[in-house]
Design a protein around this ligand. Structure first.
Ligand SMILES: NC(=O)c1ccc[n+]([C@@H]2O[C@H](COP(=O)([O-])OP(=O)(O)OC[C@H]3O[C@@H](n4cnc5c(N)ncnc54)[C@H](OP(=O)(O)O)[C@@H]3O)[C@@H](O)[C@H]2O)c1
Length: 401
């Protein structure tokens, strides 16, 4: 057997890595499932979870044979239980079951539940010292310092899955962090990069989710269109890497080939490049500290020929300004911003508000909400709930105008 085609476990003499995929039924989760399946000798699956997509969860479970499969939605329990009857796979439902799934002894956990709903289960895996592939940026934005403190206290390891943070992680010299001049976080600019504010005003959810480069879930696609995604990533980068907020710059790079860069004091700029395909950063996190084949299209720079860059436009994309202000404000501001954004994006997807209302609602929520210090996770939950309450009230007010 060619050594390069051997499972990593066979090459290293380690036993296969046990993995849990929290949120296995959409973009990041499905890609993780695909990578696990393509390397059967290297991984065994402990748990798979979804919100309510029972059909796909059952298909994945029957192929990957986890010990348990969980749906967050209790109403989907009977369907899941019936479909898994006789398979030897335990079926469970509800938030507590999700937390129990995260608590099962998997070495590696993919955190790909969307939004603040991912916080509790991800923290559960953190608290037992697991290695976490972190796709869910919202939980890091929302709980920030609390989350990082838990990671440190329990000896957990965070491997970023967001392509930008994976790129930085791969080129950041952690032993010489004081030699880093700045991080350059690249942004595609999203589907509305060239539109005027007037044109954006009439954009539909269907147009907002049609991302030019990446195939992603609805929420993150809308975040890319408002560029709130880059704002969340700015805060995510602040918590993941030992730099100040002022050392993180955002650069629009429409081709999404350079996934981000680290600029050192001597003028060397180290970048990670690749085709815009989430299998690459997911594979990096899944195999870390090794590498595995990801079967993403290879990067052919001669075919691309031109890479371009632009300064982001803060007037047309005020989410970037809001995120920067939020980072500078500290305390509960990021928790409130994230909560209000989740509410506003859901109402936009449900066609209750217009595209430009999303960031307007977030800003008004930030203006109205108390943004005190966060001392513990109860404070995070309280600030999150308050952000959601204010955003819902503002949206109701808008609807009644
Ligand atoms: N997609 C990307 O390329 C990408 C890139 C970087 C980072 N991310 C981040 O990765 C996360 C996942 O994004 P995604 O695009 O893969 O998919 P997604 O549509 O956002 O959903 C992810 C998963 O979460 C589950 N889920 C949704 N609401 C839940 C709830 N309340 N409780 C428990 N589970 C719930 C979904 O289950 P159902 O299928 O049953 O609804 C699905 O399995 C997000 O935080 C996103 O920001 C994504």
């Amino acid at each position: 057997m060619d050594l390069n085609s051997k499972p990593i476990a066979a090459k290293t003499g380690h036993s296969p890595r046990s993995v849990t995929i929290l949120g296995s039924t959409r973009s990041v989760g499905c890609n993780t499932v695909e990578l696990v399946e393509s390397n059967p000798g290297d991984y065994v699956v402990e748990a798979l979870t979804a919100n309510r997509n029972v059909k796909l969860l059952v298909e994945q479970s029957l192929r990957l044979k986890p010990n348990t499969a969980v749906v967050a939605d209790p109403d989907s329990y009977q369907e899941l239980k019936d479909a898994l009857a006789g398979s030897g796979i335990e079926a469970a439902a509800g938030i507590d079951a999700l937390v129990e799934a995260a608590d099962r002894p998997a070495d590696w956990v993919m955190a790909s539940i969307v939004g603040a709903a991912g916080l509790k289960p991800t923290l559960t895996a953190v608290r037992r010292g697991a290695t976490i592939g972190l796709a869910n940026k919202e939980c890091l934005v929302s709980a920030g310092e609390m989350f990082v403190n838990e990671v440190d206290a329990h000896g957990a390891t965070l491997i970023p899955v967001d392509s930008e943070h994976s790129a930085i992680f791969q080129v950041f010299d952690f032993d010489n962090a004081d030699r880093v001049h700045r991080i350059i976080l690249t942004a595609s600019g999203g589907p509305f990069r060239e539109l005027t504010l007037d044109q954006m005003a009439s954009m539909s959810p269907e147009q907002a989710v049609a991302h030019p480069n990446w195939d992603m879930g609805a929420k993150i696609s809308v975040d890319s269109a408002t560029m709130m995604n880059k704002g969340l990533e700015l805060i995510e980068a602040f918590h993941l890497f030992p730099v100040s907020g002022d050392q993180i710059e955002i650069l629009v790079h429409p081709q999404s080939v350079i996934h981000s860069m680290v600029d050192y004091v001597d003028g060397s700029v180290l970048a990670q490049l690749g085709t815009p395909d989430m299998r690459t950063p997911i594979a990096y996190a899944l195999a870390w500290p090794n590498r595995m084949a990801a079967h993403a299209p290879r990067l052919e720079l001669a075919e691309i020929a031109t890479l371009t860059f632009e300064t982001p436009d803060m007037e047309r994309f005020p989410a970037l300004r809001l995120a920067r202000e939020t980072l500078n404000a500290g305390g509960a501001a990021a928790t409130v911003m994230n909560a209000a954004n989740e509410v506003a994006v859901r109402h936009f997807l449900d066609k209750n508000i217009g595209f430009l209302d999303i960031v307007r609602i977030v800003e008004e929520t930030l203006n109205a909400a108390p943004k005190g210090r966060l001392n513990n996770l109860d404070d995070v939950a309280e600030a999150d709930a308050e952000g959601r309450r204010i955003a819902e009230a503002l949206i109701l007010e808008l609807a009644n105008k």
